[in-house]
Design a protein. Structure first.
Length: 410
């Protein structure tokens, strides 16, 4: 009779976002020697006590991959257990673990995809004093055949035949430029999550237009300046459409022309809330999903004001957009190794709800000084965003595309 422990048999429906699974373990010298024999890694730091005693650690250190095997134990035995198929795991090692040291391995469910029957886990190993030793993200398929059949039938009834599985989240998509970007991405084959703050009717209208044209879209309400609201929205998107692999940050607040002498710090804060805080919230929320998928495209909407001489009366807006330029470049550099590209689009003056109060002569004057002799349309901007979100721009990151008809040339 086998004494082998039994694995859990969780189905996809048994796993909920927010659930946490833990195991505790210490690795003995015998464990380390056995792993060295299997892996061929006989580094003296791990297996030679005399050598290890002379190092900065003072004694033998457990192999990093042996530690990471605790994640395999969590997945194969606990969540989901018998029905698990490991699709990916990234690892960051913060500090070594000594032989005999007790540690806890933790897996927290952070996302689920109905379309692919996969779950995303935030994985950590912590020391006895609760310090993070190893951290990462795991992606696991739940091979629950009954559940997969139900999910496939549900998806077939909800999603038109031939619809792409790639998901794009567009913030501020209920009107203006954001709405046009959502429609364009849908035409290019993305299922689109249409984010809105207050304009539920307008967001639903955008969704209906996309669906009527044969696309896939759903509306999701969230104040992107609120990190908790963004996390909740992301969870809903994953459950209803799948994990986003494209994010377009186009939400923007209202602005008024005022000279610098009349501006208050609160005016700057209002713009920074949208241009910096909101973008950070959404990017941090989707980054683990993109990293787990091995690819992702983020497009942040900037403005022509970040290039050349800025217009008078918009110092608060210009400052916030310039801050977003810096954040976008930093993200592009730091997340490149995760397969996540971060690019920017900087439109010139465009006819939208935000500019509809401008006098017609403003548009005519702007067109006259533009080499292409017209101002930008929302379609011009959306097409550039779509290009940066697609595979044709796969070797581009940290790029700022000026859609200005030639007014800005770099």
């Amino acid at each position: 009779m086998s004494s082998r422990p039994e694995a859990a048999e969780l189905g996809f429906g048994d796993i909920e976002v927010g659930q946490v699974y833990e195991i505790e373990r210490s690795f003995s010298a015998t464990d380390v020697q056995a792993f060295a024999a299997v892996s061929g890694d006989h580094s003296p730091l791990h297996v030679d006590p005399a050598y290890a005693a002379g190092t900065e650690f003072g004694s033998c250190v457990v192999h990093g991959i042996l530690l990471a095997s605790l994640f395999s134990q969590l997945v194969g035995m606990r969540v989901p257990g018998r029905h698990a198929l490991y699709l990916g795991q990234d690892l960051t090692f913060r500090r070594p673990v000594l032989v005999g040291e007790s540690v806890r391995a933790i897996a927290k469910v952070t996302a689920k995809s109905e379309a692919t029957s996969t779950v995303v886990l935030n994985t950590e190993i912590r020391s006895s004093d609760d310090k993070v030793i190893v951290m990462g993200t795991a992606k696991v398929k739940v091979r629950d055949q009954v559940r997969e059949s139900v999910a496939a039938a549900s998806a077939a009834s909800a999603v038109p035949a031939g619809a792409a599985r790639s998901v794009a989240l567009v913030t501020g998509a209920s009107r203006g430029m954001g709405a046009e970007i959502a429609r364009t991405l849908a035409r290019r084959g993305h299922a689109v999550a249409v984010n809105y703050l207050r304009s539920a009717d307008k967001a639903e209208q955008v969704v209906q237009e996309i669906v009527a044209a044969g696309g896939v879209a759903m509306a999701f309400q969230a104040d992107v300046r609120d990190a908790e609201a963004v996390r909740a929205m992301t969870q809903q998107i994953v459950e209803r459409l799948g994990p986003p692999t494209v994010l377009v940050n186009s939400a923007v607040g209202e602005f008024a022309n005022r000279p610098i002498a009349e501006l208050r710090w609160s005016d700057f804060e209002d713009h920074l809330e949208y241009q910096l805080k909101a973008v950070l919230n959404t990017c941090q929320s989707v980054h683990p999903l993109m990293k787990a998928a091995g690819a992702g495209a983020i497009v942040n909407m900037l403005s022509q004001v970040v290039g050349g001489v800025p217009p008078n009366g918009l110092a608060d807006y210009v400052s916030a957009k310039t801050a977003l330029l810096g954040l976008s470049k930093a993200m592009a550099a730091e997340w490149a190794e995760d397969g996540v590209r971060v690019n920017m689009v900087s439109p010139g003056l465009t006819r939208t709800e935000m500019t509809q109060h401008y006098h017609e002569r403003v548009f005519k004057m702007e067109a006259a000084r533009t080499p292409l002799k017209r101002i930008a349309t929302t379609a011009d901007v959306a097409n550039s965003v779509s290009y940066l979100a697609g595979d044709d721009s796969a070797f581009m990151t940290g790029v700022n595309v000026f859609v200005t008809g030639g007014q800005t040339m770099i």
